[in-house]
Design a protein around this ligand. Structure first.
Ligand SMILES: C[S@@+](CC[C@H](N)C(=O)[O-])C[C@H]1O[C@@H](n2cnc3c(N)ncnc32)[C@H](O)[C@@H]1O
Length: 227
C-alpha cells in the first residue's frame, strides 16, 4: 500500500472494536460495514475521525448499496429536487428507524422554496424533526441560508443527518464541495427547541413538519415559545 494511503486510513485501525482491513480502502471498509448487523457503533466512531476522511467511505457505501441488496439495515435514496432550472441531487443514507422522505416531505420543501431567495439570505435556521436531514440539506443547496441546526428526538436520525451532510458536502475523494453543506449544517438531539436554547443557538427562523401525534399533548397546537 502506498505510504500516503497508509497514513490516510490509519485511523480506522485505531478503533479496536472493528476488525476492518483498512488496506482495502474505502470500498473494502464499506463492504465490511455492510456485513455488520449493527453498523451504528462503527459509523459513530468514524464520525469522530473527521468528515474529509469519512466522506470516501460514505460514497463507497452508497455505491455498494446501489449495486443490489445487502444484509445491512442501511439503505440509500438518491433524490433529485428541482427549482426552475436549478437541479440538486442528494444521496441519503437511511435506516429503518428513521423517516425516509415521503411525498409530504417534498410538499413541505416545495412550500419552503416558494419564498424568494432573498428571504433566506444570511439567515440562521432551526429545523425541528430533521430526520435524515433531507429538508435542511435541500434548503441549504438552493438558498444562501448561513446555517441550519437540525434537531430530532431520535439519536439515530441525528447520526444519519450528520452522515448525510458529509456525504453531500464532500466528494468521493474527501474534498469539500462548493455548497459547504457540512459546514453550514449541524445536527443535535433535542426535544423541540431544548438544545438550541441550551446551546444558545440564536435563530432567525424555525421550520419543521412534525406529525401532530408526535407533539406534546397529542398535537392540539404547536407552541415552541421564543428561542
Ligand atoms: C415526519 S418526520 C420528518 C423528517 C424529515 N424532516 C423529512 O422530511 O424527511 C418527523 C421527525 O420529527 C421527529 N420528532 C418527533 N417529535 C419530536 C420532538 N418532540 N422533538 C424533535 N423531533 C421530533 C421524529 O423523530 C421524526 O424524525
Amino acid at each position: 500500500m502506498p505510504e500516503a494511503l497508509k497514513v490516510r486510513w490509519e485511523f480506522f485501525y485505531t478503533w479496536e472494536m472493528l476488525p476492518f482491513d483498512v488496506s482495502a480502502g474505502p470500498q473494502g471498509l464499506a463492504r465490511t460495514l455492510l456485513t455488520v448487523a449493527d453498523p451504528l457503533p462503527a459509523l459513530e466512531g468514524w464520525l469522530d475521525q473527521g468528515a474529509g476522511r469519512l466522506a470516501p467511505v460514505l460514497h463507497a457505501l452508497v455505491a455498494e448499496l446501489a449495486g443490489g441488496p445487502t444484509p445491512s439495515p442501511l439503505s440509500h435514496a438518491p433524490l433529485e429536487v428541482s427549482l426552475g432550472d436549478h437541479k440538486v441531487k442528494l444521496e441519503l443514507l437511511l435506516l429503518p428507524s428513521i423517516f425516509a422522505p415521503e411525498a409530504w416531505s417534498f410538499t413541505f420543501l416545495e412550500g419552503l422554496l416558494r419564498k424568494p431567495g432573498t428571504f433566506y439570505r444570511g439567515k440562521r435556521v432551526v429545523e425541528l424533526g430533521t430526520g435524515s436531514g433531507f429538508i435542511s440539506l435541500a434548503l441549504l443547496s438552493f438558498t444562501e441560508i448561513e446555517r441550519i441546526l437540525g434537531v430530532d428526538l431520535n439519536p439515530q436520525a441525528i447520526l444519519m443527518a450528520r452522515l448525510n451532510a458529509i456525504l453531500n458536502g464532500f466528494d468521493a475523494e474527501g474534498r469539500e464541495a462548493p455548497n459547504r453543506l457540512h459546514t453550514r449544517f449541524e445536527a443535535s438531539i433535542s426535544d423541540l427547541l431544548r438544545a438550541p436554547r441550551e446551546h444558545g443557538f440564536a435563530a432567525d427562523l424555525v421550520i419543521g413538519c412534525i406529525p401532530p401525534g408526535h407533539l406534546p399533548g397529542g398535537g392540539s397546537g404547536f407552541h415552541p415559545g421564543p428561542l
